[in-house]
Design a protein around this ligand. Structure first.
Ligand SMILES: [Fe+2]
Length: 311
């Protein structure tokens, strides 16, 4: 059995030289910062980015901002990467990925019901997204939130029979099963849609265990949403193994939920977490805006596909 390791992020959050005042969150998920995003200038961004790497999650609370200010903040944080499928884009700001079931001016905007499976953003590309931020713009009447599982902790607790078969192995990540059918797809065969999607997003192999480029933390990099194969395992063997692995990963005791409030922005490091959006009850409106970016570092130690920081 593996030795117990303290995998938790640092509990205290001393104020840095930029004067940003980070406070630990009550639910144990990272830290909270109430400084308005408009006041977090280029001089403070390195510290904020460092906090995201160290604490894994930063709640930017009590915010009041325009879409333009949100986009500008994203560009200060890193190399913003608009989603590869344009129908997810905000009509005026392609940087914003819109998850919404609320029409604007009678037009469908973005895509409804996104992220309702365990996943990590863009793991199905060679160069995954380092960081993601999400804010609700319209909250449903029922409680809404995002669930997170800290995969550093999961790896530390992974039993030998699930750890050993993954040592030195890669896993394949593929999003085809979550392709969202669009109006333009009517009268087209599923195989045609699959082939078209795979031409754009063919999937990617990544190590099962990844090492964080800043903290050195090792995490299990798989998700039941996107991970479909284990290197060297035959189809049936791989399927059975992954089923057992995901059952271990998705245990209640690993899941932390961050509830949504208007004025909150969730900002997290995609390396140590998988996440899962909660479902909106039928008939209730919901709209959230996501901006994802690369932070200029390799996604994991030894990774060669990193997108650099914007100048
Ligand atoms: Fe996501």
């Amino acid at each position: 059995m593996s030795q117990p390791t303290d995998t938790s992020p640092p509990k205290t959050a001393p104020t840095g030289s930029t004067g940003l005042d980070f406070q630990p969150q009550r639910n144990g998920l990272g830290v909270e910062l109430s400084t308005p995003i408009q006041d977090i200038g280029a001089d403070a961004v390195p510290e904020l980015r460092e906090r995201v790497w160290r604490h894994r999650f930063v709640l930017l609370s009590g915010q009041d901002f325009t879409d333009e200010e949100y986009v500008a903040f994203g560009h200060r944080l890193g190399t913003v990467r608009p989603y590869f499928q344009e129908h997810y884009h905000h009509p005026d700001h392609p940087e914003i990925f819109v998850s919404s079931n609320v029409p604007q001016n009678g037009q469908k905007v973005g895509v409804a019901g996104t992220g309702r499976m365990w996943h990590t953003d863009y793991s199905f590309f060679d160069d995954p997204l380092s960081m993601t931020m999400v804010c609700p713009r319209i909250l449903p009447a029922s409680a809404r939130g995002t669930h997170y599982v800290d995969m550093v902790r999961v790896l530390a607790e992974l039993p030998d029979h699930l750890r050993e078969p993954l040592e030195g192995k890669r896993c394949f990540h593929d999003a085809t099963n979550y392709y969202k059918v669009q109006p333009k797809d009517i009268d087209r065969a599923i195989i045609e849609l699959v082939e078209e999607f795979r031409a754009e997003a063919p999937g990617a192999w990544h190590p099962a265990f990844i090492e964080h480029p800043v903290t050195g933390d090792k995490s299990l990099y798989v998700s039941s949403g996107f991970t479909t194969k284990v290197e060297g395992m035959r189809h049936e063997e791989g399927e059975a193994f992954l089923k057992e692995l995901f059952a271990f990963v998705e245990q209640e005791r690993f899941i932390v939920t961050q509830e949504w409030r208007i004025g909150d922005i969730f900002l997290w490091d995609n390396r140590p977490y998988i996440h899962h959006a909660t479902t909106v009850p039928k008939g209730e409106q919901s709209c959230s805006y996501r901006i994802s970016f690369n932070d200029g570092l390799p996604f994991y130690a030894g990774h060669t596909g990193a997108v650099g920081l914007a100048s």
